[in-house]
Design a protein around this ligand. Structure first.
Ligand SMILES: C[S@@+](CC[C@H](N)C(=O)[O-])C[C@H]1O[C@@H](n2cnc3c(N)ncnc32)[C@H](O)[C@@H]1O
Length: 434
């Protein structure tokens, strides 16, 4: 999925699902932007906090009290688990995204201390010179020298006192979250940075930082006025083994995995990671980010095209192997007709191989009778339909879950609509039980 598609994935879905008779909630990720703490960073891959909360609350009534999100992203489920007073564990493999989510979970810090700490960074920044010339070309193309100078001073001042403490990390998040707002070019919420496009309005870095710090401090104070709930745990780890989750710990899994649709989570944070010097350019994203993730984009698997057969031979793929192999062969043949020669066949094989491991890990980490909800959509690379939800359901059953059903929440055809086909796609909730 690219551009809007992940956002739309978040198109909120009524809670519904097995045994549900809940009112539909019709909202999208943009709702999170008005919610305290969720709004600190706009993660376009995130889903609706309101929906997650409703699901958690509903399942609490049925005795499901331990929530797991193996693809925790920006921490939506974890924050709502805390708010609903249930223990929650999250796993996120993208190092930069995990850091953002972890910083959001530091909302238990003293609001006044945080404000004081962050504003002292601003004060120090204002006394510095700032050097816009040392940044990679992407960053220089995204910010006018004056803005980049100010961002640089904030970054320098932050580094001077950085100590990985919660206050330091919250302040890092404040800086991280204003970058796109301070750029006058096409750095909207989607993954691709478009230096040739312009925005109607770009914020001044010092003003934006100050405003963000006040907003965060207000949110912290507001959240602390309600019952805090148990502290959620977030691990920078891999959903394919859920290694840090105790056996049988979870009875509710609420998550949205990557889709098999070529969305590149590494590219989604390239602007921020480049600004902070974590990558110098696109070429660094493979080792810094993609290497840790489920393989769901062709950039990730490009060096592995010759290993497609190995992925397909994963014994866990047995229930879907015949169909999957057929689709992969079609994709490999189709590839020859396209200039880009994208290795979708490898991507799809690797994706299901990875997700088969996720199901095995989830079976181990959940107790019997657990409920799992995956917000997910299908895809059609090169116009060849991949029945993602059905295959994921089959893999879940093979891993030991009792049943699955799919609840469509909307039709879509985003990624492929400008291409030569019109394969109807959908998105919704895969419910797995047992
Ligand atoms: C659709 S997003 C989830 C967004 C989340 N629901 C939220 O509200 O922020 C999927 C996430 O899975 C993460 N991911 C991909 N591969 C992973 C893996 N092997 N283990 C854990 N997380 C992974 C991606 O980095 C991405 O943040």
């Amino acid at each position: 999925m690219e551009l809007r598609s992940l956002e739309e994935q978040l198109a909120l879905f009524s809670v519904a699902g097995p045994s549900a008779s809940q009112n539909n909630v019709d909202s999208t990720f943009s709702d999170n932007l008005s919610l305290p703490i969720h709004r600190w960073f706009r993660y376009s891959a995130g889903f609706s906090a309101t929906w997650a909360k409703q699901l958690i609350e509903r399942e609490k009534l049925t005795g499901r009290h331990h929530v797991l999100d193996p693809f925790a992203g920006s921490g939506t489920v974890l924050l709502e688990g805390e708010g609903s007073d249930v223990p929650a564990i999250g796993i996120e493999a993208h190092p930069f995204v995990q850091r953002i989510a972890q910083a959001k979970l530091y909302w238990r810090q003293d609001a006044r201390l945080f404000r004081k700490y962050a504003l002292s960074i601003l004060k120090q920044a204002e006394a510095l010179g700032g050097d816009p010339t040392s940044y990679p070309r992407l960053i220089q193309a995204c910010f006018p020298p004056e803005s980049l100078s100010r961002l640089d001073t904030l970054w320098e001042a932050w580094q001077a006192t950085a100590d990985a403490s919660p206050l330091s990390e919250l302040t890092w998040l404040a800086l991280c979250s204003i970058l796109r707002d301070c750029s006058p070019v096409g750095t909207a919420q989607w993954q691709y940075v478009l230096p040739n496009k312009t925005k109607a309005r770009a914020l001044d870095p010092y003003e934006a930082f100050c405003t963000k710090v006040y907003l965060m401090a207000d949110d912290i104070a507001r959240r602390q006025r309600s019952h805090p709930g148990p502290q959620a745990r977030l691990y920078r780890a891999d959903a394919r083994d859920c290694a840090l989750v105790p056996d049988g710990w979870a009875d509710l899994v609420v998550t949205s995995p990557p889709y098999a649709n070529n969305y590149d989570y590494a590219d989604a944070t390239r602007l921020e990671m480049t600004f902070f010097g974590e990558v110098r350019g696109w070429g660094d994203l493979q080792a810094a980010v993609r290497a840790h993730l489920v393989r769901s984009c062709t950039q990730h698997v490009a060096p592995l095209a010759h290993e497609t057969g190995r992925f397909l031979s994963n014994p866990l793929l047995e229930p879907i192997r015949t169909e999957l192999t057929d689709i992969c062969e079609q994709l490999e043949a189709e590839r020859e007709k396209h200039g880009g020669k994208k290795p979708y066949h490898t991507m799809v094989a690797a994706y299901f191989s990875d997700m088969a491991h996720v199901w095995v890990a989830l079976r181990r980490a959940t107790r019997k009778g657990a409920l799992v909800c995956f917000v997910v959509g299908d895809s059609a690379p090169y116009g060849i339909h991949v029945p993602v939800d059905r295959w994921l359901g089959e893999l879940a059953r093979a891993a030991g879950f009792a049943s699955y059903s799919f609840e469509k929440t909307r039709d879509r055809n985003i990624k492929w609509q400008n291409r030569k086909h019109r394969v109807p796609l959908h998105e919704g909730r895969l419910w797995v039980e047992g």
